[in-house]
Design a protein around this ligand. Structure first.
Ligand code: KG4
Ligand code: ZN
Length: 337
């Protein structure tokens, strides 16, 4: 089956074609960073309008790169949630309309399931059961994955997501949007240990996270400092080390608690180099394995949606013609494949 994937849940328009025999055929992405930069964050209405402008040209470009005509498609997968409602509606309406006009099935994909399955697009993909660490701008979750659609939440953030903490901390110190990658770049030049922040909720049992207090610690340190470039880099390093350490401690706990040997990491923060290094070391020490998507498939993209949709469409799952989106959507409610 050749499945067109459409991602429009936030500030990236992503399109891809996944072939269940040949693998990923093509993928394209348009990032709205320049559009939102002046506002210091994503403006939902502007995001929706830009998805309207970019989606169909990207669909045409992706099909051309795959060497396919629209009639060659066997199904359409689009992100149905969670995300910004207007942005989701653009991809859902376009995906549904295209599928209806072609007489092929369409399916609404859970954005976080897309992230979770993205590591399976790489060579030598991990097989369930595994523990997944989902770290994006909106979610920080540890999930026990028994199979596709068989997800058990082990722990999650009680307040800010890890990516959100990166973004807010960066903004506080005057870094441009999107803050997460900027902060990570700056941290590489900071001195380790110059600022030491706490590892929230690691001093008690459990697999939940909390990152909002860390943000406040950084704010206090930043306000009390001379706010020089060197101090900004040192604080960035201290913050990154605290987040990475906290995530790694909880990943180790989750692996021990479940007895699983494989850790899968996905979502935008999964692109963070220090996190990747730290979890590589952890996996070696535990004689297990850690799997990441390539960095461009950590952040939002159409390939993960095409892939997740393909697995479900291949299993005969699809929905009726109604255009329905879910700004909030519990991943544990998904049917098994
Ligand atoms: O998965 P994603 O693209 O979108 C959501 O579904 O939210 O994740 C975006 C998040 C943002 O918060 C961004 O700051 C963060 O991932 N991020 C990073 C890095 N690259 C992206 N955080 C830390 N280090 C990075 N290298
Ligand atoms: Zn995402």
């Amino acid at each position: 089956m050749r499945i067109l994937g459409i991602e429009t849940s936030c500030d990236e328009t992503g399109v891809a074609v996944y072939d269940t025999d040949a693998g990923l055929r093509a993928h394209t992405l348009f990032s709205q960073i320049a559009l939102h930069a002046a506002y210091g964050g994503v403006v939902p209405e502007l995001a929706s309008r830009d998805h309207v402008r970019k989606l169909l040209p990207l669909v045409r470009q992706t099909l051309a790169e795959a060497g396919l005509a629209v009639e060659d498609l066997d199904g359409v997968a689009y992100t149905a949630g969670p995300g910004l409602v207007g942005a989701l509606m653009v991809g859902a309406a376009a995906g549904r309309a295209l599928a209806w006009s072609l007489g092929i099935p369409a399916i609404g994909v859970h954005h976080m399931e897309g992230h979770l399955l993205a590591p399976l697009l790489e060579s030598d993909p991990p097989q369930p059961p595994f523990v997944a660490l989902l770290v994006s701008g909106g979610h920080t979750q540890l999930v026990a994955v028994e199979g596709v659609g068989r997800y058990r939440l082990l722990g999650e953030s009680l307040d800010d997501a890890a990516g959100e903490a990166f973004d807010k901390t960066a903004k506080m110190m005057g870094l441009p949007y999107p803050g997460g990658p900027e902060l990570a770049r700056l941290a590489a030049t900071g001195r380790p240990g110059a600022f030491k922040f706490s590892r929230p909720m690691t001093d008690r049992p459990g697999l939940d996270f909390s990152f909002s207090g860390l943000k406040t610690q950084v704010l206090l340190a930043w306000k009390a400092s001379d706010q020089s470039d060197a101090v900004r880099a040192d604080i960035a390093r201290g913050f990154e080390d605290a987040v990475v350490d906290t995530l790694a401690i909880k990943c180790e706990r989750a692996l021990v608690a479940t007895g699983m040997k494989t850790l899968v990491v996905a979502g935008g923060v999964g692109a963070n180099l220090r996190l990747r290094e730290r979890l590589d070391t952890l996996a070696k020490r535990l004689r297990g394995r850690v799997c990441f998507p390539r960095p461009e498939f950590c952040t939002d993209n159409g390939a993960m949606i095409a892939f997740a949709g393909a697995l479900r469409l291949q299993a005969g799952q699809h929905e009726n013609e109604a255009v329905t989106v879910f700004p909030r959507w519990d991943m544990a409610s998904l049917p098994a494949v």
